[in-house]
Design a protein around this ligand. Sequence first.
Ligand code: ATP
Length: 288
Amino acid sequence: MTCTESAYAKLNLALDILGRRPDGYHDMRMVMQSIDLADRVTISSQAEPGVSVNTDLPYLPRGEGNIAAKAAARFFEETGLPFPGLAIDIQKQIPVCAGMAGGSSDGAAVLRVLRRACAPEMALERLEEIGALVGSDVPYCVRGGTVLAEGRGERLSELPPLPPCWLVVCKPSCSVSTPELFAQVRVKKLRCHPDVTGMTAALEQGDLEGIARRLYNVFEDVLPRRYIQVFEMKSALLEHGAMAASMTGSGPAVFGIFRDEEPAAQAAEALQAQCASVFFCRPAQPQL
Ligand code: ATP
């Protein structure tokens, strides 16, 4: 068996934190969107038992530490199917530690391939449950598209697709620590929360303007000022004509929404002078 699967990056159109739970996790309310910036994940059977992982980024874990390997191990543990030897090759396009769920998406791509190959009768919800055992963003990445994710990120409700648009993503060179950012959040002290209900209604109406107006990520409220590049790139996106701009996840990647291709392409080109990693993207939907 050899199968290649696209593992799409995610953006947060909205990210809200509702509270801290007794288990230490936070209750989240997020509108997630897949984009066509994707890693290529190729899975082949191999004679040796266990999973080996090869990636084109030498600093990523190659063995069991890779989220893709964890997902494969969980799949066979949970289904009870015999674990064949697997070789996973990952060609990374999604920037690492950017708030774009690159690792989770690789894990989700492995789960989709294994379901297709070994358990085609398995309900999508069951596959997402297995994903939740691998990581909080994995269930969403299994399904992808435009989704409301609640709880730790495992309670998913499909939303109408984002209307046709263009997305310019800039990944500043700084790296933000996700645990540090969560530690900064005092839910009662957050100054604003995204209007997720309004965004859902705007998605239902296909109202791109209404969606753009409601882009918001509460992490921006607590992001230390030393991550100045995040704020600079957000302003630069707006100066270059984005309808709205926001940080995704715990950053540092930021993105802007554009209605039309030409201004988006021009913005992406111009922003390369300010930021080493700029991506010109469209919304995407994984094949289940
Ligand atoms: P999120 O948006 O879900 O918070 P992120 O985009 O901030 O995720 P990732 O790129 O998914 O972060 O990587 C987070 C960590 O996971 C890194 O420290 C990396 O070493 C590890 N990792 C393990 N497997 C992978 C993989 N397949 N791709 C990327 N990172 C991986």
